[in-house]
Design a protein around this ligand. Structure first.
Ligand SMILES: Nc1ncnc2c1ncn2[C@@H]1O[C@H](COP(=O)(O)OP(=O)(O)O)[C@@H](O)[C@H]1O
Ligand SMILES: [Mg+2]
Length: 284
């Protein structure tokens, strides 16, 4: 059934002849707080290949977000190297990193991070502006991305008019709009109920299976990690475990077995609430 061009390996890393999307070599990250230094990553070496779906696990403070920020070119290692698609990005300037991020990487956050007074479509369009997409193409690209996450009909809605799951889908569309080769998501289901979490995992699994998109998510929920193909566990800034996920769960098969959404699910439009673009939209 898969139409992906790369061949995702169902059992961990792909053969070594393939170019790694991510290659970390002995990466350290030290946060310098003046009086004290916090070493968040302590010599992490890791390879992730095209078409993989990796879950990063570990206790709070174990370095997961620090790792994701480095993978996503939001931050640089203090020491060690990071090759992204074979190119060393560990010494690049902030502007150079931003350019790479814009074209290669989509990032999804636990808190969605949508602009509140901005429609779903405009939120998704934003990265196309930074990527220099011609103005007449932007809305079309954004609509296509919203269609991919099943939200095309809500394109005019503001974040405050969307449920948490819908907001996260808008955030995924925003991450996809520049056709990245790597999707990173830091606790993407951390603010969602369990059914909605599986719906988000269904979208991520589809992107991975059907389009060959390489996906790396952080989760502290073992259930969610079961939807990945490979699980990494961090402790005290070190990679302690790296295993293939056996009996991987398939979200599209799990969803029909879950209770249908609650009647009191957040849907302001169903209650006839008027559009309130100025309404605060940040969850939590
Ligand atoms: N910007 C920062 N400045 C200083 N210390 C930080 C910063 N970000 C994270 N840390 C510290 O680095 C360690 C790892 O944090 P983090 O990567 O956020 O872990 P996790 O995402 O696994 O909870 C923690 O001790 C945390 O307090
Ligand atoms: Mg974190």
């Amino acid at each position: 059934m898969s139409t992906s061009q790369v061949s995702p390996s169902p059992q961990g890393p792909a053969p070594a002849q393939k170019q790694a999307t991510i290659h970390l070599e002995n990466v350290y990250k030290v946060y310098d707080l003046g009086e004290i230094q916090v070493t968040a990553l302590r010599g992490v070496s890791l390879e992730i290949y095209p078409g993989e779906f990796v879950a990063v696990m570990g206790a709070s403070g174990s370095g997961k977000s620090t790792l994701m920020n480095i993978l996503g070119c939001l931050d640089r290692p203090t020491r060690g190297s990071y090759l992204l698609d074979g190119k060393d990005v560990s010494q690049l300037t902030k502007d150079q990193l931003a350019a790479i991020r814009s074209h290669k990487i989509g990032f999804v956050f636990q808190q969605f991070n949508l602009l509140p007074r901005t429609s779903a479509l405009e939120n998704v369009e934003l990265p196309t502006i930074y990527a220099g997409v011609p103005v007449e193409e932007r809305a079309k690209r954004a609509e296509e991305a919203l269609t991919q996450v099943g939200l095309a009909e809500r394109k005019g809605h503001f974040p405050s008019q969307l449920s948490g799951g819908q907001q996260q889908r808008v955030a995924i569309a925003r991450a996809l709009v520049n056709n990245p080769s790597l999707l990173l998501a830091d606790e993407p289901t951390g603010n969602l109920d369990s059914r909605t979490s599986v719906e988000i995992m269904e979208i991520l699994q589809n992107l991975n299976d059907k389009q060959g998109l390489t996906v790396v998510i952080v989760t502290h929920e073992p259930d969610i990690a079961q939807y990945a193909k490979r699980a990494l566990e961090f402790r005290d800034g070190k990679l302690r475990r790296d295993v293939a996920v056996h009996n991987r769960m398939v979200a599209s098969e799990v969803l029909p077995t879950l209770p249908s959404p609650d009647a009191d699910d957040f849907d302001p439009l169903a209650n006839g609430a008027p559009a309130k673009p100025g309404h605060g939209a940040q969850p939590g």
